[in-house]
Ligand binder design. Structure first.
Ligand code: GMT
Length: 374
């Protein structure tokens, strides 16, 4: 198949999934054309069958706001026609599904092109609900030839919030468990924590929905009982506030703000526990990557997280904001070696059995075939 993929190219789960999917499809012999405003960050080396098409933006002074949606639609038409695309797969509905709709209208039957939209999270649960976007998101989803969602939760939310009567296939996010695997490297552990200390980790884009302040407060309780360090990876709007909170609680020596990091596998592998107390989370790709490295997860009970974290088997789930309970679960696990080993193994097994790239990419291929035959 010849597949066009549009996604956000910077850090973010939807971009990661779109890029890894495209790379995996190319390895399986499909031709993949990425269309975006910049090279997706995980597309940093030559891969056969993978092409990148940059959307050029005009900076004409009359346009106070960049007209990306329109420029993207034009580029989609150009690539679809010249590269003979069978299908355009857009990740994150806003504005990609609308650009794809427009592109298809412009092609107007001259060339057969199907559009698949994958819903990822805040495109449905937050941004898409804003009055200025809701009608367009609903329309663009309804007009897509097919729609997938990354969790059962997100599928239900889409159907109810947008009053949509359309088939939505749930295809979960995935991880390459050959890459994200436990690599016990003592050297790194020694550099991050002192002898005998546990490592608690959280990775995110430090937005309000991630509740990073809760991570710090949970850690505050944990470190009183268990010698430990907290690693905070990523960057975003809440980071300065969180650094202030860490200093206020006298934890600045025990919390390391590492910023954005490339070599996540090694850091995850020497961590003992992953915290994700989000306000909203349609899937929680960061938690899956931790599980694949054998790291149990403590999460809030929102969104798609309960589909990922099996309570009392691969981690624990508690109500949003219940930092005492999350800390109690963490202390229980970190002070019980036997239980910890079982949870760590369960986490890895769950990632391998249900969410490995080799199991999920064929679901997308089958989905495409169904759409193309319809
Ligand atoms: O929706 C967002 O906030 C952005 C999006 C992204 O691009 O990172 O995150 C969502 O998609 C990820 C990949 O499918 C999911 O793992 C995240 O749970 C989801 N974020 C939220 O629902 C807040």
């Amino acid at each position: 198949m010849k597949i066009g993929i549009t996604c956000y190219p910077t850090y973010g789960g939807s971009g990661v999934i779109a890029t890894e999917l495209g790379k995996a499809l190319a390895l399986r012999g499909h031709q993949v054309h990425f269309i975006s405003y910049a090279l997706p960050f995980r597309l940093n080396s030559f891969i056969e069958n993978v092409f990148f098409h940059e959307v050029e933006m005009s900076s004409y002074p009359l346009f106070e706001f960049p007209l990306y949606t329109l420029a993207l639609a034009s580029k989609m038409v150009e690539v679809a026609q010249y590269e003979h695309l069978d299908l355009l797969h857009v990740h994150y509905a806003i504005p990609h599904a609308s650009s794809a709709y427009l592109a298809k209208q412009m092609i107007n039957g001259k060339h057969k092109l199907k559009v698949t939209t994958t819903l990822h999270g805040t495109d449905i649960t937050l941004v898409g609900l804003e009055p200025s976007f809701l009608p367009l998101v609903k329309f663009s989803i309804e007009q897509s030839d097919s729609v997938t969602a990354v969790s059962r939760f997100l599928k239900e939310k889409t159907l109810t919030n947008y009053d949509i009567n359309k088939e939505i296939e749930v295809i979960p996010n995935f991880v390459d468990t050959q890459v994200f695997k436990p690599v016990k490297d003592d050297c790194i552990k020694k550099r991050l924590a002192s002898e005998g200390e546990k490592i608690i980790i959280h990775t995110s884009n430090f937005r309000v929905v991630k509740r990073v302040a809760d991570v710090i407060r949970i850690f505050d309780i944990i470190q009183k009982e268990v010698p430990s360090k907290l690693l905070l990876i990523g960057d975003g709007p809440d980071r300065s506030e969180c650094e202030r909170l860490a200093r206020q609680l006298g934890l600045h020596d025990k919390i390391k703000f590492l910023g954005k990091q490339e070599g996540l596998v090694e850091i995850l592998s020497c961590s003992d526990l992953f915290l994700i107390p989000s306000q909203s989370e349609s899937f929680g790709l960061a938690a899956l990557e931790a599980m694949a490295c054998g790291v149990p997860v403590i999460s809030s009970s929102v969104g798609g997280l309960p589909e990922l974290v099996k309570h009392n088997e691969s981690g624990f789930i508690a109500e949003i904001g219940d930092i005492d309970r999350m800390a109690k679960y963490a202390i229980d696990l970190l002070t019980n070696d036997r239980k910890y080993k079982i949870f760590s193994k369960n986490s890895r097994d769950r990632a391998v059995d249900l969410f490995d790239i080799s199991k999920v990419v064929p679901l997308y291929e089958a989905h495409y075939r169904k759409v193309l035959e319809s």
